[in-house]
Structures are given as structure tokens and as C-alpha cells.
Design a binder for this molecule. Structure first.
Ligand code: NZQ
Ligand code: ZN
Length: 414
């Protein structure tokens, strides 16, 4: 029996070649008069996109200032810097040019500017909810996080190592400009990490014990098969226009809640477990998900067997014939093989991190706190379950007693 749901995805999507030419007019239509252009470590400047965005604002006589230097697993200090600058420049609109880290920084600055009387971190600490948020829009350069249409915002407090999410419809972007051409400068590791993240946003909603709908499952399974096919294409031919476009659109559909309508909100424990890895070891989000998922899946599948069987058959193409448990296990193995085929890690060792027992205990403790009581749907996890999943994810040959943190194990640099 399906649950009731509300589907709210108000972001206007402007997709395709030369889409960035429309930015000025769209910003104007949103009432922007003083824009903060947020960007990352320089890829948007090198590709010429930033210049085009700023020219488009100039053409509409919209004033703007810049907030550059956002890093992956974006930091709270950069958010505070943006809020200070935004106040001085009386910013009334945030325009993110980049990926999830840049868009999330723009969202967090937008919350901070709209409610100057509060510390924005309180939202991520879940000690209050937002009443207001300035308008945000995005010009996407990597298909991955889905932040361009999502209600999510994920920020890392570099002082405590906590990476925390705050979800609120207030921050859904007003518009998202998506020209797949601009993703062609991505290193393969980022492209494929992005593909994993897109798949995981769908899978987190799929592996649930909270009901579903046939249409939702069909959308999810079609999306997963499409992303897998095109992820392989891009691994071998990064310049493939069609594959770039398929993946970019899939990224938005995977995380605008479309693939979760009618269930209980999904599981999302692989994400929660990965966020702690990101906060402690600064790993690339999608690669971290690939490294955690097989361990999570093997730990929980018996508690969610019909979904794992369906997944094995309809997504991974496992032939009928074996028992349900055998089919589910074959589906998990096939997923690992797929990750390997696009050079994604399937355990922590391959990810490049070697957490000690103490660090695993700390991540489990923090993960439990971040869950706020919602610890999964495929299986509700305890702190001890989380410890086992991290331990089982270590990979071969690791005792975990001599391990040292591999800080900044974020994959090959661009
Ligand atoms: O900083 P620059 O120079 O732009 O380089 C970035 C960065 O190093 C590079 N990059 C992006 N576009 C590029 C490019 N390099 C060359 N050419 C391009 N066109 O890619 C690197 C990663 O960028 P990032 O923005 O971190 O990637 P992604 O979109 O994967 O975002 C990851 C962040 O989003 C959060 C993650 O936890 C992580 O912090 N998430 C946000 C969500 C949301 N708001 O709804 C949901 C997700 O589950 C996720 O948690
Ligand atoms: Zn994600």
C-alpha cells in the first residue's frame, strides 16, 4: 500500500547547449539586483563559464560580487565569509557556478543572510529550523549531488569534523542552468564519483520497507540502468555528448524526490555513514558511497529481501533460478563488479582510508547523533550495527589497529 506524498520540485530547469546565455534574464525575472556569484577552486574560471555568467549579469545591469575558493566537502568558515561579504554588499540573490559543494555553500550563505540574528550552523546542528532563505540559483558543472534541484544542503564544520545536512524546501533553487558541455573538463574520477552519487540517491529511496508504487519503481530502475550504461560510456569516451546529457539530467531526477514518491522517505544510511567518512577523512562523496555500500548491503539485505531480489533482477540483470538470498547476493556482487568497471572503490582500503577501531567508534557515534532517531528503513541500525558495517567495509588485510587516517584521500587531483 503506497503512502501519501507531496511532490514539490519548483526549480525551473534550463538545459542544453548555450543555456548559460539565459542566466541574466532569468536572474532579473527573479528580482535579483545584487548577486553573489559563488564558485570553487577554479575549474569554472578556466572553462570560461564564470566569465560568461558575469557577462550575462552585466548585460542586464545586475550588480554582483564573488565568493570563490569553495572546496569539496565545503567548509563552514567559507559560509561565514560569504555571509560577511553578502551583508556588506547587500546581496539579495545567490548564484552558484559549480557542483554540490558550491551550490550548498550558496544555500548556506542564503540562509545566513536571510536570518542574520542567528548562527547558520544551528540549522545543521538541528537545534532550530529556518524561517527564511534568500533566493538561490545554480549553473551546474558536475552531475552528481543533485543540489541544483534538491532541498538538501551539506556543510562541514572544520573545527569539529562534523559533516551535516540540513533539508528544507526554502533553499530549492529558483532555476538550474545545465549545459552538459561544461562537464567535459571533469577528471574521470569526479565524473564516475558523480555517477555513483546519482545512483545512490535513487537506491537510498529504493531499498525501503516503507511501501512503494509501481511507477516509482519503474522510474528508479530505468534511471539506474541508464546511469550505469552511460557511466561506462563516459569512462571510455569522456567527450560523448549524449552520455553527458543523460547523466546530467539523471542527476537532477535522482534527487528531486521523484524516485521516492509513495515510500517512507527511503533508507539513506549509506549516505549517513559516508558523511562521517567525508567529515573525518575528506573523501570524495560518491567514491565514499561506493566504498560503503557493499558492506551496508550485505549487512541489511535479509531484512529487506524482496527489494534486493527485485533490484538484482530488474537492475543488475541477475537471472531467475536461485533462492531469494542467492539472487540478492548475486545482485550485490554484480554491483561491486560494476563499480570496479568504472574504477570506483568497493571498500575503504580501495578508497584510501584506514580508520582505526577508535575512529570507527567515533564515526558511529557521530552518525547516530546526525540521524536524529531515523536510522534506516531497509534495516534500522544501532550504533553497534554501524560499527560492524564500517569494520566489514575495511577491505582485505586490515586489522584496523595500526591504521592511520589517510587525510585528504580525495582521489587524483584535477
Ligand atoms: O572547485 P572546482 O575547481 O570547481 O573543482 C571541482 C571539485 O574539485 C571539480 N569540478 C566541478 N565541476 C568541474 C570540476 N572540474 C573540472 N570541470 C568541471 N566542470 O569537481 C570537484 C568536486 O566538486 P563538488 O562540488 O564537491 O562535487 P559534487 O557535486 O559531487 O558535490 C559534493 C558535495 O555535495 C554534497 C556532498 O556531501 C559533498 O559535500 N551533497 C549534497 C547534496 C544536496 N545538497 O542535496 C546531496 C548529496 O547526497 C551530497 O551529500
Ligand atoms: Zn549523495
Amino acid at each position: 500500500m503506497a503512502h501519501s506524498f507531496e511532490f514539490y520540485s519548483p526549480t525551473k530547469v534550463i538545459f542544453g547547449k548555450d543555456a548559460e546565455g539565459k542566466i541574466g534574464k532569468e536572474a532579473k525575472a527573479c528580482g535579483a539586483s545584487s548577486v553573489m556569484v559563488v564558485y570553487g577552486g577554479g575549474s569554472a574560471r578556466r572553462s570560461g563559464l564564470l566569465e560568461k555568467v558575469e557577462s550575462a549579469l552585466d548585460a542586464e545591469k545586475i550588480a554582483f560580487c564573488e565568493l570563490g575558493g569553495v572546496v569539496p566537502n565545503p567548509r563552514l568558515d567559507k559560509v561565514y565569509e560569504g555571509i560577511r561579504t553578502g551583508r556588506e554588499r547587500r546581496v539579495d540573490f545567490l548564484l552558484a557556478v559549480g557542483g554540490g559543494s558550491v551550490i550548498d555553500t550558496a544555500k548556506a550563505v542564503a540562509y545566513g543572510l536571510a536570518e542574520p540574528e542567528y548562527d547558520v550552523w544551528e540549522l545543521f546542528a538541528h537545534t532550530r529550523t529556518a524561517k527564511r532563505c534568500l533566493p538561490v540559483a545554480s549553473v551546474l558543472t558536475i552531475a552528481a549531488a543533485g543540489s541544483e534541484t534538491s532541498k538538501g544542503c551539506v556543510i562541514t564544520n572544520e573545527r569539529t569534523g562534523e559533516k551535516r545536512a540540513y533539508d528544507d524546501n526554502l533553499a530549492r533553487p529558483k532555476f538550474a542552468v545545465m549545459n552538459p558541455d561544461y562537464t567535459k573538463t571533469l577528471p574521470d574520477y569526479q565524473t564516475e564519483s558523480g555517477c555513483v552519487d546519482i545512483m545512490m540517491h535513487t537506491m537510498e529511496r529504493y531499498f525501503t520497507n516503507g511501501g512503494t508504487m509501481e511507477i516509482t519503481d519503474a522510474l528508479a530502475e530505468g534511471l539506474l540502468r541508464t546511469v550505469m550504461k552511460n557511466a561506462v560510456t563516459l569512462h571510455h569516451n569522456p567527450g560523448d555528448d549524449d552520455a553527458r546529457a543523460e547523466i546530467m539530467w539523471a542527476g537532477s531526477l535522482a534527487h528531486n524526490d521523484l524516485t521516492g514518491c509513495g515510500n517512507d522517505g527511503g533508507d539513506f544510511m549509506s549516505h549517513k555513514l559516508e558523511h562521517e567518512l567525508g567529515g573525518m577523512f575528506d573523501v570524495t562523496h560518491g567514491a565514499g558511497l561506493a566504498a560503503v555500500w557493499p558492506s551496508w548491503a550485505r549487512y541489511v539485505y535479509r531484512d529487506c529481501l524482496p527489494r534486493f531480489v527485485r533490484y538484482a533482477r530488474n537492475v543488475m540483470g541477475v537471472a531467475a533460478g536461485g533462492s531469494d538470498e542467492e539472487t540478492a547476493e548475486a545482485g550485490i556482487r554484480a554491483m561491486e563488479e560494476f563499480y570496479r568497471s568504472i574504477e570506483m572503490p568497493v571498500n575503504l582500503e580501495e578508497l584510501g582510508v584506514r580508520p582505526t577501531d577508535g575512529q570507527i567508534g567515533e564515526m558511529a557515534e557521530r552518525c547516530l547523533a546526525a540521524c536524529g532517531g531515523r536510522t534506516g528503513s531497509a534495516k534500522k541500525l544501532t550504533r553497534e550495527d554501524m560499527i560492524r558495517i564500517y569494520e566489514n567495509a575495511r577491505g582485505s588485510g586490515q586489522s584496523g589497529r595500526e591504521g592511520a587516517p589517510a587525510l585528504h584521500a580525495a582521489g587524483p587531483a584535477e
